[in-house]
Design a protein around this ligand. Sequence first.
Ligand code: SF4
Ligand code: SF4
Length: 135
Amino acid sequence: MKIKLAQEDIQSSLIRKIERVSGEVLKMCYQCGNCSGGCPVSYDMEITPSQVMRFLQLGRVEEVANANSMWLCVGCLQCYSRCPKGVSVAAVLEAMRQMTLRKGTDHDRIKDIPFPFLKKAPQQAIVCGFRKFVS
Ligand code: SF4
Ligand code: SF4
């Protein structure tokens, strides 16, 4: 029982941190699904934008943290513009990405990127990619 309580404490402090970093109130989402409907990459997300909100409302932070959603989000803000409640899933995913990178966990390892790709890719794309995927 003690372990369960401790786990719940960790989850709720993570939820509070996500809200603080993103500036969003998770319970504002009423699950209309508009964000997922407009998201250009939701078809490839393991957890779609509206599901991200629901999972977090239920305290299922780890499942969202382990999904590819925050790494696939391109920050287009389509979800925000379509949300009738003014919620930005983009900000929530960005907060989770920042929290992961701040722990020193890289999503991409620079040395694994093939040199021919680095040589050809536009500099701006490389810098943006490093900012998004590397701590
Ligand atoms: S900002 Fe991210 S989550 Fe929102 S619609 Fe664009 S890609 Fe999807
Ligand atoms: S559009 Fe807004 S209210 Fe609707 S599911 Fe997405 S975040 Fe929730």
